[in-house]
Design a protein around this ligand. Structure first.
Ligand code: BG6
Length: 469
């Protein structure tokens, strides 16, 4: 729809940026922290691991001062469970507690709203060794971790995110990484883990509302709208299949307390329905988020499965993510969208479309917790001219402003990433930040922070509350 006038971004809009603990902090085993599963994953030999990352653990003051200079109103970061409870449960590690107190205090000093992710792919390894999310005991461990966090930081943090991209962890576990010699678990096991995470999330949201009056909590999922490859009705059904299985089934549970009926039919038919106790439904129904957080990078285009052995293919530029499923859907090319250097679809209009769908479905305000473009930025004469990033963000914000005009209620926008960090499996070759971190994969150099062109563009955009968009 075209409008004569576009609505402005709301006055108190949270212009932010995001990171996650294991991708920026480094100090993997420092000050009492224990390893998480992600620290123990096998790592490609030719890219940086997480040992040092961007050394944010030691440089958070300098980094947050730069975020303030950029004008950020919000900083989304994750707390490493393994810094707070190195044994997964039980004894609290005071040094870890102090680190995040300091990060939060530093944010508040500059009137930056801290947005905390409780869990960003980094289950304590000691819990994984005991069976991880396959066990119901891990639900209790997550609740105990939540209770500690709400006691420690509940007074200072309003916005909380439970679990980052649960759908990626379940649908594409290999994309996050695997333990040495480890195998991707089977689907039945993954959906059982998913159910336990759903219960853990519901219990934590309920506890949060009891312990942190006035606070707001929500899930952070990777959400994306699907296009049918053609106007053939079979392609439309296939696009709907995958949209439900990939997105709505993960967001319906925290909001409505039910598994989507199409997903249940799929799981039962394939013999991979998790064990669900009758009291579990009460647990799921007993909790509700205050908002939906969503990570958006791309849309997908979907054709009907042909069952000819060629439905499944690796995502372009990414051998770890297999798309397509016999009898469900097959991925298709979309000639109407561009792609990034890493083969990721760039679709700003799809962003508006996804925002509309999410709002229409859940009637909850939306916080965008990731959006951005990974690129091999080049440092030349002390500058980084990342005009492609400015172009990407500008186009997405333009479409978000249209979504706001459409009536979608937006809380804020936290692109990925506040500063350069380790990409999940492309190290520092693929960068996302507004701030360049001067290190290579293996040569740590001086880790100097260098402001990219996109830093100054975002600074201006925030100062004008997006009027330039
Ligand atoms: C999101 C994750 O899925 O995508 C981030 O939440 C991740 O942790 C981001 O870094 C970009 O993916 P990648 O593989 O390019 O690092």
């Amino acid at each position: 729809m075209n409008y004569k006038n576009r609505k402005d971004f709301p006055e108190n809009f949270l212009w932010g940026a995001s990171t996650s603990a294991y991708q920026v902090e480094g100090a993997v085993l420092e000050d009492g922290k224990s390893p998480s599963i992600i620290d123990m994953y096998e790592h490609p030999d030719d890219v940086a691991d997480f040992q040092i990352a961007s050394d944010h653990y030691h440089r958070y003051k300098e980094d947050i001062a730069l975020f303030a200079q950029m004008g950020l109103k919000a900083y989304r970061f994750s707390i490493a469970w393994t810094r707070i409870l190195p044994e997964g449960t039980g004894k609290v590690n005071e040094a870890g507690v102090a680190f995040y107190k300091n990060v939060i205090r530093e944010c508040r000093k500059y009137q930056i709203e801290p947005i905390v992710t409780m869990y960003h792919f980094d289950l304590p390894y000691c819990l994984e060794k005991e069976g991880g999310w396959n066990r119901r005991e891990t639900i209790d461990a997550f609740v105990e971790y939540g209770k500690n966090l709400f006691e420690l930081y509940g007074k200072d943090v309003v916005y909380w995110l439970t679990i980052n991209e649960q759908n990626t962890m379940i649908l594409h576990p290999g994309a996050i990484g695997l333990p040495k010699g480890g195998k991707v678990p089977g689907k039945k096991e993954l959906y059982q883990q998913n159910h336990h995470m759903m219960l853990a999330q519901a219990k934590v949201m309920k506890l949060f509302h009891e312990m942190v009056p006035g606070g707001k909590i929500g899930p952070a999922l990777n959400l994306t709208a699907m296009y049918p490859a053609t106007c053939a009705p079979e392609d439309a059904i296939a696009a709907h299949n995958w949209e439900v299985l990939r997105c709505w089934n993960f967001a319906d549970v925290p909001v409505y307390g039910w598994y989507h009926p199409l997903a249940v039919s799929y799981l039962e038919d394939r013999g991979i329905m998790p064990e669900v106790l009758s009291e579990d439904y009460e647990t799921l129904k007993d909790a509700r988020p205050d908002f939906i957080a969503m990570n958006y990078y791309s849309t997908a285009t979907i054709g009907a499965s042909k069952g000819d052995g060629q439905d499944v293919a690796a995502r372009a530029g990414d051998q770890q993510i297999m798309l397509g499923e016999n009898g469900v859907y097959r991925p298709a090319e979309n000639p109407n969208v561009e792609k990034s250097q890493y083969g990721w679809v760039i679709d700003p209009v799809g962003f508006r479309y996804t925002l509309r769908k999410v709002y229409e479905r859940y009637h909850l305000p939306i916080l965008v917790t990731e959006n951005g473009i990974g690129a091999s930025d080049q440092l030349e004469d002390g500058k980084v001219h990342d005009e492609y990033r400015i172009d990407f963000l500008k186009k997405h914000l333009y479409q978000m402003r249209l979504a706001i005009t459409d009536g979608v209620e937006m809380i804020g926008y936290c692109p990925w990433a506040a500063l350069d960090l380790v990409s999940t499996h492309q190290g520092y070759q693929k960068r996302y930040g507004f701030i360049y971190v001067d290190r290579d994969e293996f040569d740590l150099k001086d880790m100097k922070r260098i402001l990219k062109d996109s830093f100054f563009w975002y600074q201006k955009t925030i100062a004008e509350n997006g009027k330039n968009i």
